[in-house]
Design a protein around this ligand. Structure first.
Ligand SMILES: *[C@@H]1O[C@H](CO)[C@@H](O)[C@H](O)[C@H]1NC(C)=O
Ligand SMILES: *[C@@H]1O[C@H](CO)[C@@H](O)[C@H](O)[C@H]1NC(C)=O
Ligand SMILES: *[C@@H]1O[C@H](CO)[C@@H](O)[C@H](O)[C@H]1NC(C)=O
Length: 537
């Protein structure tokens, strides 16, 4: 077996790139340039965020009873996130009783004795300050660690979110008085005016419920956007859609009108439970194709209209094996990479102080474990790392576009070959230093500007590199098959084979699998990702 050449050759280059990405804030404030979020210099900034909840009744960002604030911030950075979507409830700033309460008193009012003890040990400086001051401290510490923050108005009444009838779903619901909501947005925008790592505010999480109404949506979202911009012109203003933020379809025909430019962003949410049964019982190729089509029709068309679209919640159960989430995740990774989305994973939290009447409740979607000390699922974090980097965007590279061959199940790519001819057998590696491919009209998978093309050698065998004439033979032509188009099939003799990986991540060809039925095709899922960035040394 070929030793992994790329890691032994390039560790320093990769480390340098990672440290550059992780340890500096971009030049702020941020703007939009068509579908991209860019810094002051016009260079793309990819938001690779994690959600951190602070909207539940104790009114403090979760986890601070488990670990010191600075430890959590540094953990976020070490996991490759450059930003946090920090959630807050309206009443935290519009109800004087709540806003003037100390963290201790807030915890005491729910009898959170264990959390109080933990907070005293881990974050004594937060203990006697008000919950609004504590929010400021959290944001400040994230800033000191160069983490950007998006403040997300998650609910009005502090509570777990969301269901259709919880009174927080739509303008006019029991707890969702638009006037109070605007007042809350104004207060938070004002408090954080001048705090430069606060780069965005999302106006309201997951609108929903029976009051749904387009003209009401336009009226108040436009008003909310103006209120935030007036109070804090530096922040990106982020608007969510109907139906738990799955549907922004109304914007196809009617744009939003705001008085300001280059600050408007939309957000969308996507989980497996949009169609849990579909993932569980259907063919993952079919379900992925139909989900992606739904998202294109209801949200991703905005990219073509020239707006950034932030996938501000997505995520999977990280506590074990969930069939629906496993299937969904390969589809979600493929789409996030292809569109090179800005995103925020749900969620950072390993546990909550007090959620839905349960003390110290575990969060199975949490990146961190229950006591916030360790990563819950290291292999998921490895997968995630590939999409924490930009594949393309303004100001990143003047090189022409090429294709990256991405494998969403592992989060790996075909890495850059240091020599010509390339090493054999071909093994998946980091996407940061990926090979520049081109998928030609002749259906070759060819190294760009070189003779070499991928060629199948038979069932169960590693693929090899052919040149010139080899590339014209049937075993070097790759059809994108199945409804997902993620299978790459070719002919060796009379046998149809598909690209696949073996247990060492070597690229092989095998019988095409799971083209129909409820089964697991993802080892054979490869996706072509347009890219322009190569970190040449
Ligand atoms: C403010 O919050 C307190 C504590 O939750 C609650 O009892 C009170 O009714 C709220 N006041 C208003 C005006 O909503
Ligand atoms: C909080 O304030 C109380 C009374 O003002 C004081 O007794 C206590 O030591 C303070 N606790 C911390 C952790 O600062
Ligand atoms: C939406 O709200 C507007 C303004 O309140 C109202 O005139 C209209 O009838 C509503 N539309 C629907 C479909 O409920």
């Amino acid at each position: 077996m070929a030793k992994n050449f790329f890691y032994t050759q390039f560790p320093f280059v990769v480390l340098l790139i990672i440290s550059h990405k992780v340890f500096a804030l971009p030049t702020l404030p941020l703007y939009t340039n068509s579908r991209w979020i860019v810094d002051e210099d016009g260079k793309r900034v990819k938001l690779a965020c994690v959600n951190w909840a602070g909207h539940l009744p104790p009114l403090l960002a979760e986890g601070l009873s488990k670990q010191p604030l600075d430890t959590i911030s540094k953990k976020i950075v070490s996991l490759g996130f450059n930003c946090v979507r920090l959630t807050w409830p309206t009443f935290m700033v519009t109800n004087d009783t709540l806003s003037s309460m100390t963290v201790h008193d807030s915890f005491q009012s729910f009898n959170l004795l264990e959390s109080i003890a933990g907070l005293q040990v881990n974050n004594p400086s937060l203990f006697n300050i008000t919950i609004v001051q504590a929010l400021q401290e959290v944001v400040k510490n994230l800033g000191e660690n160069n983490v950007m923050v998006i403040l997300d108005n998650h609910v009005s009444k502090p509570m777990w979110c969301c269901n259709r009838y919880d009174g927080n779903g739509f303008f006019g619901d029991r707890y969702f008085n638009p006037r109070i909501w605007l007042d809350g947005l104004n207060k938070i925008a004002t408090i954080f005016n001048g705090v430069n790592n606060v780069i965005g505010m999302s106006l309201r999480n997951e609108l929903r419920g029976p009051r749904r109404n387009d003209s009401v949506w336009y009226n108040f979202m436009q008003k909310g956007a103006e209120v935030v911009h007036d109070a804090n012109p530096n922040v990106l203003v982020i608007l969510s859609g109907h139906d738990f933020d799955k549907n922004l379809g109304m914007l196809k025909n009617q744009p939003v009108h705001v008085s300001f430019k280059e600050k408007l962003v939309f957000e969308v949410h996507w989980y497996s439970f949009a169609t849990t049964d579909g993932w569980r019982n259907g063919n993952p190729n079919d379900v992925c194709a139909s989900q992606v089509q739904f998202l294109r029709d209801h949200a991703f068309f905005l990219l073509d209209q020239g707006y950034p679209l932030f996938m501000s919640e997505w995520g999977v159960y990280l506590g074990g094996n969930d069939v629906a989430d496993n299937r969904y995740s390969s589809c979600a990774f493929a789409l996030a990479a292809e569109l090179d989305l800005d995103w925020a994973l749900w969620a950072l939290m390993g546990s909550y102080y007090y959620r839905e009447n349960i003390f110290a409740r575990n969060e199975g979607y949490g990146v961190l474990n229950w006591d916030w000390s360790e990563v819950r699922n290291p292999s998921f974090m490895e997968r995630l790392s590939a999409i924490q980097y930009s594949f393309r965007g303004p100001g990143l590279s003047d090189q022409e576009q090429y294709d990256v061959i991405y494998h969403p199940l592992t989060g790996l790519c075909i890495p850059k070959s240091p020599d010509a001819p390339p090493v054999y057998p071909v093994k998946l590696g980091s996407c940061v230093q990926s090979e520049a491919w081109t998928y030609t009209p002749e259906k070759n998978l060819q190294i760009k500007d070189a003779y070499y093309c991928l060629q199948a050698d038979g069932e169960g065998k590693p693929v090899k590199f052919g040149t010139d004439t080899d590339c014209k033979s049937p075993n070097a032509k790759w059809e994108r098959i199945s409804s997902s188009k993620f299978h790459f099939s070719t002919m060796v003799g009379n046998t149809t084979l598909c690209l696949d990986i073996d247990s060492n991540n070597t690229i092989v060809t095998n019988q095409c699998k799971c083209l129909t039925g409820s089964c697991e095709p993802a080892s054979q899922w490869f996706h072509i990702i347009p890219s322009t960035i190569r970190y040449d040394s």
